[in-house]
Ligand binder design. Structure first.
Ligand SMILES: Nc1ncnc2c1ncn2[C@@H]1O[C@H](COP(=O)(O)OP(=O)(O)O)[C@@H](O)[C@H]1O
Ligand SMILES: N[C@@H](CCC(=O)OP(=O)(O)O)C(=O)O
Length: 376
């Protein structure tokens, strides 16, 4: 591809994520100038016919400043308190600045458990679709006020990618404090070189992306790369680009090669399978033998008890488990038909033996292929 960025010109639906590293400084609260800039850029993109969903960080930092806290708190309750205080100012800033351009804004706060529940997932999707159809700018953040470790995304890169899946965006733009993904962390290695474009799945990228060095950012480039791979599942391209250069978003819309473009190189997966793949917190693990790994990977077959070597974790019927090879690499994930205890009894056995082993049979498969997504 001569200039992969050129593909951006004809795209319509973008999810734009702005991170803590760019939006806030420790002790100084929100960077209102940046919010003003971004609102103006969003207005310009919309005027070109683009549909935008904004995912914004900043509630914790804004709350810290209002409460006079100099250090990011470590306890969950204090984080929740800071986020609840700060989210008010954050959304107010966007409502005011976007209002200057005649754009209505709407607040959507999500936790991971909202998206792992099928019904709430569909509700979130239709709410976002409706807002877009009404020409309103959805402003999304994690619902930090009630998010506990078990139900949180943790970083807004993951939230942005899941939002891109949810609205079937063509592009995910991740605005950050660096010019893009470098072959090493530029804060550590000043000779690091920018990667202009790559397939999102390229395994060489894993060694390049490091964590966050900032006091407020979460995840660094590691979570941005994972976000690009997650967005690719619904066919979206991701661009990681600096939000410090005022023209970058317009440059992207015009097909200019700024930032790092990570393109999807696998076929997009169906919406239900994406939802399955989006579960961040599996309840257990089925270790498969080589034969099962091969048929699941190559033919998308169901997981039968006969192919299972080991059952790990504690799960009940209907919960999500990961399926791995014997080295522990994830192959697939899906919803199980049997509990961990039952699975341990029927593992390695043919499906015909289920009834005599358990005294009953629900399904011949441990995971039916309709409830399974191949992830590795
Ligand atoms: N290979 C890399 N290329 C660019 N930045 C990297 C790389 N590895 C780690 N980083 C770090 O990632 C940081 C951006 O992530 P983060 O602090 O989480 O910001 P945000 O709040 O925008 O998500 C950069 O400041 C940089 O130090
Ligand atoms: N939801 C949190 C932000 C989480 C966070 O900092 O994520 P990121 O911007 O991806 O490093 C907040 O609004 O403060």
């Amino acid at each position: 591809m001569s200039n992969p960025h050129q593909q951006l010109v004809t795209t319509k639906r973008w999810v734009i994520k702005i991170g803590s590293a760019l939006l806030t400084r420790v002790g100084e609260g929100l960077d209102l100038e940046r919010i003003r800039w971004l609102s103006g850029e969003i207005a310009a993109l919309r005027a070109q016919g683009k549909e935008i969903v904004l995912v914004t960080s900043g509630s914790v930092a804004a709350g810290m400043q209002q409460l006079g806290w100099r250090k990011r708190p470590h306890t969950l309750h204090h984080l929740q308190a800071a986020a609840s205080v700060g989210q008010m100012g954050l959304i107010h800033a966007y409502a005011t600045e976007c209002g200057q351009h005649g754009i209505h804004t709407a607040q959507i706060l999500l936790t991971h458990s909202d998206l792992s529940n099928r019904e709430r997932h569909l509700n979130a999707r239709s709410a976002l679709q409706t807002l877009l159809s009404l020409g309103i700018l959805p402003v999304v953040n994690e619902n930090d006020a009630i998010a506990t470790e078990e139900i949180r995304f943790g970083d807004n890169d993951t939230l942005a990618a899941m939002t891109a899946n949810l609205v079937e965006a063509e592009v995910l733009v991740i605005l950050t404090d660096q010019d893009g993904l470098f072959d090493a962390d530029p804060r550590i290695n000043p000779n690091a070189r920018l990667i202009a474009a790559s397939a999102a799945s390229n395994p060489a990228l894993d060694a390049m992306a490091g964590g966050s060095k900032g006091e407020l950012g979460r995840g660094g480039m590691t979570t941005k790369l994972l976000a690009a791979r997650r967005a690719a599942r619904s066919g979206a391209m991701t661009v990681i680009v600096s939000g410090k250069h005022p023209d970058n978003l317009r440059m992207l819309a015009a097909g200019n090669g700024v930032g790092t473009l990570l393109w999807p190189d696998n076929k997009p997966i169906k919406a239900r399978q994406q939802w399955l793949a989006g579960h961040l917190m599996p309840k257990g693990q089925l270790v498969l033998d080589d034969g099962a790994v091969a048929v699941i990977r190559q033919q998308g077959r169901s997981v039968l008890p006969v192919g299972v070597k080991q059952v790990l974790g504690d799960f009940t019927r209907g919960e999500l488990v990961i399926c791995t090879d014997q080295e522990g690499h994830e192959i697939a994930r899906g919803l199980v038909n049997y509990s961990a205890k039952e699975a341990a009894v029927i593992k390695g056995q043919s499906s015909q033996a289920i009834e005599s082993l358990l005294g009953y049979i629900d399904e011949p498969e441990l995971i039916h292929r309709d409830n399974l997504v191949v992830t590795g």
